[in-house]
Design a protein around this ligand. Structure first.
Ligand code: NAD
Length: 355
């Protein structure tokens, strides 16, 4: 029997609670398929700083690189907010992604029919939304040189090289091939030189995927179109800063931050995590929504382990739990038949899989 090695990084705040539920669901899916999991825990974030003085201990990188995938909860909290920048939990996470070389961030935004009223947009606008933002994660203006500031001036540089654009474009086209075969590449080519190169290179890469329809959109228009008619999108391909903003905007289409997973891939090892943070305001109360993390585990099966059937099982079990009216506190006002705890939601989803 195949055994996958999974590094679990629970992190801070609600991290341990939500990871425990994802593990429960992964074990349920393994028992119904012909593979198993070996889990190994590693430290990151405030809890790692408290124990080792470093938010990203070397051992965490070593363990992660020696596994098949990393399932990650969340890090951070007010306790560590006043540390010097390099000691803060968030710095550990940025360093982690860079060390692993995960250059592609996948953020699906799906509107579940059962939760259509949770969206801040009208049901007729969001019904059936199912899009994926593919964001370049370790280049662009967040990393470009030169950068700096003095008393009267601050500057950053948006740089993309041809090879960085080629590899992220391939990710987007490959994912589009498993979906509706449409890629919309987002840029600001009417103003930025870096975007002109982006558009040119994406267009070249597209010739290798003749079945995929490519369109281009300026980022300001994309921000508007996401609200006006989000169903027009299948895969949105973006650079780092544009994707940062647009993927947060897209996440709001579905109503709750507690529902949305993400994957950071492209290197040997992928990192799978909910899009939300450590939610210190609700940590330890057993009320966090574990669905984003469970859906991240499903993305891990699909994009890191190639276990698509198992991923489908998890996705269907999540849909079924929502359809049957089970809701955690954050969604209690949206057609709940029963409000359940973090752990009850995990068990309900796991039970649907086992049955
Ligand atoms: P947050 O996402 O932690 O919380 C925002 C709001 O959403 C809170 O009211 C919280 O209770 C709620 N929420 C979040 N996840 C939920 C869930 N699963 N179920 C129910 N409700 C949920 O964002 P924040 O409050 O801005 O940040 C808190 C800490 O998390 C900060 O230290 C921040 O730096 C860190 N953070 C970490 C990550 C990460 O680990 N990837 C991402 C974002 C923020």
């Amino acid at each position: 029997m195949k055994n996958y090695k999974i590094t679990l990084i629970k992190g801070d705040g609600i991290g341990p609670e939500i990871i425990d539920e994802a593990v429960k669901v992964l074990d349920a899916v393994a028992s119904s398929c012909d593979f198993g999991f070996n889990y190994d825990e590693a430290l990151m974030g405030g809890c790692a700083y408290d124990i080792t003085g470093d938010p990203l201990p070397k051992e965490t990188i070593t363990k992660s690189l020696n596994s098949d995938a990393v399932l990650f909860g969340a890090i951070g909290g007010p306790k560590w907010d006043n540390l010097p920048r390099e000691k803060r939990p968030e710095s550990g996470l940025l360093r982690f992604r860079k060390e692993l070389g995960v250059y592609a961030n996948l953020r699906p935004a799906v509107v579940y029919d059962e939760l259509i009223n949770a969206s801040s947009l009208k049901p007729e606008v969001v019904k059936g939304v199912d899009l994926m933002v593919v964001r370049e994660l370790i280049g662009g203006i967040y990393f470009g040189e030169p950068k700096g500031r003095d008393e009267n001036k601050g500057w950053n540089t948006m740089v993309y090289t041809r090879s960085e654009i080629i590899r992220i474009a391939h990710q987007a086209f490959k994912i589009a091939m498993t979906r509706e075969k449409r890629v919309c590449s987002i840029d600001k080519a009417n103003v930025l030189d870096v975007s002109q190169l982006w558009r040119e290179v994406v267009t070249e890469v597209a010739t290798q995927y003749p079945e995929v329809e490519l369109s281009h959109m300026y980022v300001d228009n994309a921000a508007m179109q996401l609200i006006r008619d989000p169903r027009q999108f299948d895969v949105m391909l973006t650079g780092n800063i544009f994707g940062d903003i647009l993927s947060d905007e897209a996440s709001m289409l579905s109503g709750s931050i507690g529902l949305l997973p993400s994957a950071s891939v492209g290197a040997k090892i992928g990192v799978f995590e909910p899009i939300h943070g450590s939610a210190p305001d609700i940590a330890g109360q057993g009320i966090a929504n574990p669905i984003a993390t469970i859906a991240s585990a499903s993305m891990m099966l699909r994009y890191a382990l190639g276990e698509n059937e198992a991923a489908d099982k998890i996705d269907n079990a999540i849909k079924r739990a929502l359809k049957e009216g089970y809701r955690t506190q954050d969604l209690a006002q949206f057609d709940a038949k029963e409000v359940c705890s973090t752990s009850e939601m995990g068990s309900i989803i796991a039970n649907y899989i086992e049955r």
